[in-house]
Write a protein that binds this ligand. Structure first.
Ligand code: ADP
Ligand code: MG
Length: 380
């Protein structure tokens, strides 16, 4: 059993508020991913759970035990860093078995556990080597192995795969997940890579500037992003955003931008109506898979211009100019579209996202949703 509760935790370094009043409830056996751009406070938060960084305010509990003042070694956590220093004079076997030897395990148990971890991480043939005789990827797998061998209550992993090359990263990602299914344990995993977060996390915590912007299952965060920051950070390529305003035309509620106009689906109507009395400036969001393209005029399709066509094998990405704004569409490979030519666009209306003037999803519960602070950064 291992639940981790983070209660209103903040960390201040002189003038920098690295972590700003974060509360999280990490469930027993959960694989929780902290996701956000560089500098958003992920590592700082993780280090406070590990005990490697003092907590400025707030509390951390592991299984209902307040650990703010408990030494790292007494928290029953194991941490894996991006650059984990192995003992250079020890073989891989000795590096892997180190935590077990420290715990006074018996020799035969050590041998079988090292063998198992080595097999899981593809280190079988390397047990007699020293770290200097390993590639970067192999070293990182030894570091992972050393963390998992002891089976602590909580694993804290700080971008453990980011030094591996692309293929090895995908392989190790799968191994880690399989391993987690098998041996269990509660994992808090830090990454700035949204694909890693989407594929690995039971839930994702999206952070920016020390603040938690959204917590949820990957698909829920993808389908219902809390604000424009989350909307554009999760999903690759990013969601397209259009600036415009709400208007009521002949009793129909529309999103109006320079050069085009879109009727709002019923799903958004109530929230949009509430905005009509106040700030009508809104942002419309559409994911590339929800844009349909036609090479000839179609009913209810907007005329646009094809700027760029990018074939990626299975799909084709098409960058479009609609009015004075741009948008990305994805289609199956096809030959009837041409760069520079007109194209007709239809959005899947029931998939549209609408954000208010502060960037908040109009369908998100207001109390729990921070507004993205800087639109410039959001759109960059
Ligand atoms: P992330 O892991 O998300 O990239 P960090 O937690 O490392 O972010 O850093 C969060 C913020 O705190 C950054 O602005 C960083 O510059 C600052 N910071 C981190 N560690 C220190 C430190 N030891 N002293 C001063 N500022 C720090
Ligand atoms: Mg970091």
């Amino acid at each position: 059993m291992a639940r981790v509760e983070i209660v209103e935790v903040s960390k201040r370094y002189k003038s920098v508020l690295a972590v700003n009043n974060v509360s999280l409830d990490v469930r027993d056996q959960e694989f929780l991913v902290l996701l956000g751009p560089s500098g958003c406070g992920k590592s700082t938060l993780l280090k406070m759970v590990a005990g490697l960084e003092e907590i400025t305010s707030g509390e951390v509990y592991i299984d209902d035990r307040l650990v703010n003042y408990v030494a790292p070694k007494d928290r029953d956590v194991a941490m894996v860093f991006q650059n984990y220093a192995l003992y250079p004079h020890m073989t891989v076997f000795d590096n892997l078995s180190f935590p077990l030897r420290m715990a006074g395990e018996k020799k035969d148990i050590i041998k079988s556990k090292v063998a198992e971890v080595a097999r899981i991480l593809g280190l079988d043939g390397l047990l007699d080597r020293r770290p200097e005789q390993l590639s970067g990827g192999q070293r990182q797998r030894v570091a992972l192995g050393r963390a998992i061998i002891r089976q602590p209550k909580v694993y804290l992993m700080d971008e453990p795969l980011s030094n591996l090359d692309a293929l090895l990263r995908v392989q190790t990602r799968e191994e880690l997940l399989r391993l987690h299914k098998r041996v269990g344990g509660t994992v808090i995993y830090v990454t700035h890579d949204q694909v890693e977060a989407m594929t690995m996390g039971d839930r994702i915590v999206v952070m920016r500037d020390g603040i938690v912007h959204q917590v949820g299952e990957p698909q829920a965060v993808y389908n219902q992003p809390a604000n424009t920051f989350v909307a554009t950070f999760i999903g690759s390529p990013a969601m397209s955003l259009f600036d415009g305003q709400l208007q009521s035309e002949h009793g129909t509620l529309v999103f109006a931008a320079t050069g085009f106009c879109i009727p709002l689906p019923g799903r958004l109507r109530q929230a949009a109506l509430a905005l009509l009395g106040g700030d009508r400036r809104v942002t419309l969001g559409v994911r590339n898979e929800h844009v349909q393209l036609f090479s000839v005029p179609e009913p209810a399709a907007i005329e646009a211009r094809t700027l760029l066509i990018e074939p990626v094998g299975s799909d084709m990405y098409v960058r479009l100019a609609i009015g004075d704004q741009e948008c990305l569409a994805r289609t199956e490979p096809r030959s009837d579209l041409q760069e520079g030519a007109p194209v007709w666009v239809r959005f899947m209306l029931d998939k549209l996202h609408l954000f208010d003037a502060a960037g908040r999803n109009v369908l998100a519960p207001a109390a729990t949703t921070p507004a993205p602070t800087s639109t410039a950064a959001v759109l960059a």
